[in-house]
Design a binder for this molecule. Structure first.
Ligand SMILES: C[S@@+](CC[C@H](N)C(=O)[O-])C[C@H]1O[C@@H](n2cnc3c(N)ncnc32)[C@H](O)[C@@H]1O
Length: 244
């Protein structure tokens, strides 16, 4: 399915206060991204879809930078980011429509945002345009096995790109330095906790409408039957690439 930024914004607006405590896998991914950049200095950094600041926190501890620009659809994100970088410059809105003062950045970052969008080629072209010569793009997304249990039970999924598709879109504008894909399985005590986990990490925006009691009951029963160990599979991809 094609994601709708209005719906994504609504969901993340609701979940932002609970996001950092629930997004355990996104934290592991952010840690990996920051390990690619550890100890480096950047003059101008831009973070796309910074949310409650999980990646911002790691970057502020592990990298040195002079100017930090950050963006999210949700205005409240700014308040969270200022805890980590009090003087960051925040831009609310859809990153695909913002010029960020026409500035060129030495590093563009994004954790768990690009999976929502179909046209990766256009996103990479925009990222290239935002970067200075030799600038770095460091991002994560997810591959088609992400939330495979949810897809199998409900048919709901995003149009996740395969590693090969991502590499081939990237290669036009970037030289790939690091590219990793792995599987991270999280287990829960009961199916309701899986639904709560998804809600608290903003993933409710997969469904077109909110579920009633009947749909929730059906989902829980089917989950227990098909996946009795109550697993939820994440399949992250992390990338560091240099502008060509
Ligand atoms: C899964 S969260 C990740 C948050 C953060 N990057 C982290 O490290 O935890 C995705 C974030 O991307 C934001 N987002 C999604 N689409 C966006 C867009 N088109 N422009 C700006 N932000 C966007 C959402 O509002 C949300 O805060």
């Amino acid at each position: 399915m094609q994601a709708n930024p209005k719906k994504i914004k609504q969901q993340f607006k609701k979940s932002i206060a609970k996001y950092s405590d629930n997004a355990i896998v996104q934290k592991l991914i952010a840690e990996k991204l920051s390990s690619y950049l550890s100890g480096k200095h950047f003059e101008y950094v831009l973070e796309i879809g910074a949310g409650s600041g999980i990646l911002t926190d790691f970057i502020s501890q592990r990298c040195d930078f002079t100017n930090y620009y950050a963006n999210d659809l949700v205005e409240k994100s700014e308040m969270y980011l200022r805890k980590f970088i009090p003087d960051c410059k925040f831009f609310a809105g859809d990153f695909r429509k913002i010029s960020f003062d026409g500035r060129k950045f030495n590093l563009v970052l994004s954790n768990a945002v690009f999976q929502w969008y179909e046209n990766l080629d256009k996103i990479f072209e925009q990222c290239r345009h935002l970067l200075s010569d030799d600038g770095l793009l460091c991002f994560s997304t997810f591959s088609p096995d992400n939330f495979k249990e949810i897809r199998e039970l409900t048919g709901l999924t995003l149009n996740y790109k395969t590693s090969d598709e991502i590499k081939s879109a990237l290669c036009e504008y970037f030289e790939i330095i690091n590219f990793e894909q792995w599987t991270q399985v999280v287990n829960f005590d009961n199916p309701l906790k899986i639904l709560a986990h998804m809600k608290n990490t903003g993933v409710n925006s997969l469904a077109e409408s909110n579920w009633g009691i009947k749909e929730v009951r059906e989902f829980c029963g089917n989950y227990l039957e098909k996946f009795p160990n109550l697993s939820l599979t994440y399949s992250p991809i992390t990338v560091l690439a240099k502008r060509k």
